[in-house]
Ligand binder design. Structure first.
Ligand code: P6P
Length: 348
């Protein structure tokens, strides 16, 4: 058995493939493609300050957000290297208005891949950690009848989900439903090596992550939730505030240390800012497979059926005890002066 410390992501996934008797090599090679794309993106992110790749392209994306050059680059790399061996029929990206058809040959295209190529990109010029987030769904329809149902699947149907965090080191974290595993990039050999096997998030949060600058825009119930996180509850006492403003970096720290990330609805954005399909759902799958939980304020993120590729959702994500407490408080009509609790906007 090779030394665990020198087990790269492809070998570890192959080992775990044995847990999926029905898994084909396509699934394993698809995760390997994503890991490869991450290495290429990491190389540019690491040297962004050295080449003329910083700053904005001047364009804006479907979200109306200014597209940073690294956004464009990361999006192009994912489209170029992921699913190039016939594993993928459809891909969708935060940076693209519509999904891209990849391989529709009979017997090909078993999977649908959705991704945020570079989350937190507004932090790029300040050298703050940023990340890539991805979801892998199984195609539901016959290849000749592919439709939106193959793309707009609830997180509960995910075959795999993961993220890459480009920080002090570059880490690849994923789950296929059999635990959450982290791999750290060794630049010397250009491999992601298994460094965090079977990550479990602490049951109760010791950290809360929210942009308190939005407080005037929250419902009274959300304000009361954050106040209690700050001033202490019986279960967990007072907490530390940590907010990077980069979802992947905030989530990764909370996953390892125990914490709760909140992006509540606001009067300006009743469904919050974050997107269900390629931000909330993949991180919710990771959280739940690490023993945590993710809610839109009314119920599990993983049960939400997306109505559109870029649909937004409120997000409460992290340590199970704390997210369940938040959900319970927001469901109580009396909590926070009887407001509607900034409900989830969940489709009725
Ligand atoms: P705010 C980055 O733009 C992002 O999409 C996430 O990575 C991050 O969690 C969030 O937006 C930050 O938003 O409103 O706090 O600046």
């Amino acid at each position: 058995m090779p030394n665990k410390n020198l087990l790269n992501v492809e070998s570890h996934i192959l080992d775990m493939q044995r847990l999926h008797p029905s898994a084909s090599g396509d699934f394993t090679s698809l995760l390997g493609d994503i890991a490869f794309a991450a290495k290429v993106i990491a190389r540019e992110v690491t040297r962004a300050g050295l080449v003329d790749i910083l700053g904005s392209t001047g364009a804006s994306n479907i979200q109306g957000e200014t597209v940073q050059k690294l956004d464009d680059y990361a999006n192009a790399i994912m489209l170029k290297f992921v699913g190039r061996r016939g594993q993928v029929c459809l891909m969708a990206s935060e940076e693209l208005p519509d999904p891209v058809r990849i391989d529709f040959r009979e017997g090909s295209g078993k999977y649908v891949v959705v991704f945020d190529p570079l989350d937190g990109s507004s932090n790029i010029d300040a050298n703050v950690s940023i990340g890539t987030i991805f979801s892998i769904y199984r195609r539901r329809s016959r290849i000749a009848a592919i439709c939106n149902d193959d793309l707009l699947q609830p997180g509960r149907e995910l075959a795999a989900a993961g993220y890459v965090v480009y920080g002090s080191s570059t880490m690849f974290v994923h789950t296929t439903g059999h635990g959450v595993h982290g791999y750290t990039l060794d630049p010397g050999i250009g491999e992601f090596l298994l460094s965090h096997e079977n990550i479990k998030i602490p049951f109760a949060a010791g950290i809360y992550s929210v942009n308190e600058g939005h407080e005037p825009l929250w419902s009274p119930a959300v304000r009361e939730v954050v106040r209690r996180l700050k001033y202490g509850r019986q279960e967990s006492g007072g907490m530390s505030a940590r907010y990077i403003g980069s979802l992947v970096a905030d989530f990764h720290r909370n996953l390892l240390y125990g914490g709760v990330f909140l992006y509540p609805p606001t009067t300006k954005a009743p469904l919050g800012k974050l997107r269900l399909l390629y931000e909330a759902a993949p991180l919710a799958m990771i959280a739940e497979n690490a023993g945590g939980y993710a809610s839109d304020g009314a119920g599990p993120i993983l049960d939400l059926v997306p109505q559109g590729v870029h649909q937004r959702t409120p997000l409460y994500l992290g340590s199970r005890e704390t997210v369940l407490w938040i959900e319970k408080m927001l469901a109580d009509p009396e909590f926070g002066s009887g407001s509607n609790g900034g409900g989830s906007g969940r489709a009725v």
